[in-house]
Design a protein around this ligand. Structure first.
Ligand SMILES: [Zn+2]
Length: 236
């Protein structure tokens, strides 16, 4: 899995926060609060849309209006307020919207609880659920799968990883151990190909790289990634 940010991202410029990606859908990252990311997934064929972790509901609403798309689904990686905090307001504004959250995670406003292997659709775009318990007990990750014209071939193209996987690091172990996090990432998500892009829940890259430098001083790969992250942050 790789970072979508490496080629497309400028943190402070909404006009450039536009990731054209895959054959079936468009995904738009939206900076929220101090260092969170929400996202919008638009199915090209139907103009139906989902928002991921829409903690700033007004900003999300503006983005939906700007793109002239129909919100059908709220995908919530976990119950924490900086991810699920906009659910109730959006649910009120968009009656009938499906609010998705992991089983037993008590996500605000949830109408559809999901478990590992469950699937749902945003228009013609397929989303597969992967359980990644550790940060919270019911944390889930959403894997967007492209679908071939014949409707048969499916390839995992994007991973909305919430607070499980960041660039250069992983989420806090609030409700699990290092073994749980290892299983969540290296077993539950192991089927996702390296070509898939990772859309994480927070901008922690510089801090994570600094920690990696402390762990492995002199590692040239870590140093290179760290200086890349600092340069990208300076473009803010
Ligand atoms: Zn969290």
């Amino acid at each position: 899995m790789r970072s979508w940010r490496s080629s497309l991202f400028r943190y402070d410029n909404l006009a450039s926060l536009y990731a054209l990606y895959g054959a079936v859908c468009v995904q738009i990252p939206v900076p929220i609060l101090a260092d969170n990311y929400g996202y919008m997934i638009i199915d090209r064929a139907t103009k139906q849309a989902a928002v991921v972790d829409p903690a700033d509901p007004r900003l999300m609403e503006q983005m939906l209006e700007r793109r002239k798309v129909q919100l059908t689904t709220i995908l919530t990686t976990h119950r924490h307020h900086d991810h699920a905090g906009g659910n109730l307001e959006l649910k009120k504004k968009f009656p009938g919207v499906v609010v998705v959250g992991g089983k037993g995670d008590n996500v605000a406003g949830v109408t559809k609880e999901v478990s590992d292997g469950d699937r749902l659709s945003i228009g013609e775009t397929l989303v597969q659920i992967v359980e990644t318990p550790c940060h919270t007990t019911g944390h889930v990750v959403f894997v967007v799968c492209g679908r071939g014209g014949a409707g048969v071939s499916e390839v995992a193209e994007g991973v909305f990883s919430g607070d499980t996987l960041f660039i250069g690091g992983v989420g806090a172990f609030f409700h699990g151990s290092e073994i749980d996090m290892h299983k969540s990432i290296n077993q539950n998500l192991s089927w996702v190909p390296d070509s898939a892009l990772v859309f994480c829940g927070h901008e922690y890259t510089v801090e994570n790289c600094r920690f990696a430098e402390w762990l492995e001083p002199g590692n040239p790969l870590v140093l290179a990634r760290s200086s890349w992250a600092v340069k990208r942050r300076a473009m803010k």
